[in-house]
Design a protein around this ligand. Structure first.
Ligand code: AOF
Ligand code: ZN
Length: 372
């Protein structure tokens, strides 16, 4: 066995630390580091924000001279490139760290195994693969973007126990209770972008912002670290009312369109809205490519049945997050997805349910399209 029980314990602590970056490290990964010497934790660190020091550098600074001869437990392979900050490999070598255990390799092609190789060349005992699954779960978006050029996409929906989302009239607000709505706020807060369709904007005039304060978000130490996710509207013909609520709130907004009133586009752009014209139409995979190109790691789609159905059929969804409220809305109410072309049992879309748990009086179901 390459790793001892103590190794597991310290890496578990590093993962706990990394998790504190859940809401702030974007577009960087969440990373934690623990330095241990003679069975004692001598330094800890976690990456807070792009441009600020990496987890290893903070742990080394906390340990001071005690870093000499220590083992570093890091949830991601130490970087060996000059990005916004200098390479962690150099920092670890200068500090005299003797052994480095990484939970996983860094999928960033600038690193990708080279960080650990460099350390090993310099005589540091370097291993990886401890609690790898847990470490990967910290950064689904960063890993997917680095490996495929696409963001990690969640689609959030709320429904009644009979699978309905809105009354036939369109009336739909507050299907779920307060706890579920807070849970959605946290989902938004960890996302790099929240995406919706123009149909939802016209029908509901949603805010799509995070309304939690820093104190409600673990690891967000001050308002300085708080950031709103991008609000992205898919609006082919630029029908968005200039008075739409989501345009006036704090935080970056992007409207993706393919045609529409040029004067209106100019006015919106002048108001600080980012407009992106995709002349060939808003093909969903291309939209996701575009977002990944803007360093968007995790996308949350919050939309009506048309966009949700189209996203599912386009194969861009990694996770469905469905809140189920304990009431019935009846057969005239609207369903979750528009899925044209499903005629036979053989056409069904298979899902794997990965998690189901109560959230207040509702349930939250996490499912992934099967065969991904
Ligand atoms: C680490 N420790 O805590 C993090 C790492 O622009 P920079 O300098 O912040 O570099 C960003 C890249 O560094 C990022 O894409 C990823 O490959 C790695 N992140 N590496 O050793 C850390 N956050
Ligand atoms: Zn680094």
């Amino acid at each position: 066995m390459k790793f001892s029980a103590a190794d597991h314990r310290y890496m578990a602590r590093a993962i706990q630390l990394a998790r504190l970056g859940l809401y702030t490290t974007d577009p960087n990964p969440r990373v934690g580091c623990v330095l241990v010497r003679d069975g004692e934790i001598v330094g800890e660190g976690w990456h807070r924000k792009a441009g600020e020091p990496h987890a290893e550098r903070l742990a080394i600074a906390a340990a001071g001279e005690k870093a000499r001869g220590a083992t570093a437990y890091v949830t991601l392979e130490p970087c060996c490139h000059h990005g916004r900050t200098p390479p962690c490999t150099e920092g670890l070598l200068e500090a005299g760290v003797r052994r480095v255990v990484a939970a996983m390799e860094d999928p960033n092609p600038l690193v990708a195994g080279k960080g650990l190789a460099q350390l090993a060349e310099q005589g540091v005992e370097a291993d990886w693969g401890l609690l790898q699954e847990e470490a990967e779960a910290l950064n689904p978006g960063f890993i997917k973007r680095m490996q495929t050029g696409r963001p990690w996409v969640r689609c959030k929906l709320a429904m009644s126990l009979d699978g309905r989302t809105a009354m036939a009239s369109g009336e739909s607000v507050w299907i779920t209770g307060e706890d579920a709505r807070r849970d959605v706020q946290r989902l938004r807060a960890r996302s790099s972008a929240v995406v919706t369709g123009i149909g939802t904007v016209l029908a509901d005039d949603p805010s799509m912002n995070v309304r939690l304060s820093p104190e409600d978000l673990p690891g967000v130490e001050s308002a300085n670290y708080f950031r709103q996710p991008w609000r992205v509207v898919l609006d082919s013909s630029l029908r968005i009312p200039e008075t739409a609520k989501l345009l006036s709130l704090d935080g970056p907004v992007c409207i993706l369109h393919s045609h529409g009133d040029k004067a209106k586009a100019a006015r919106l752009a002048q108001g600080g809205i980012h407009l992106e014209c995709m002349a060939d139409g808003l093909d969903l995979p291309l939209v996701m490519d575009f977002l990944a190109g803007r360093e968007i790691n995790e996308v949350l789609i919050e939309a009506g049945p048309t966009l949700a159905g189209a996203a599912l059929q386009a194969g861009i969804i990694d996770e469905l997050i469905i809140y189920m409220a304990p009431h019935l809305m009846g057969h005239q109410a609207r369903g979750l997805f528009h899925l044209p072309g499903l005629d036979r049992m053989a056409d069904r879309i298979e899902l794997n349910i990965q998690d189901i748990r109560p959230v207040g009086k509702d349930y939250r179901i996490t499912a992934a399209p099967a065969g991904e």
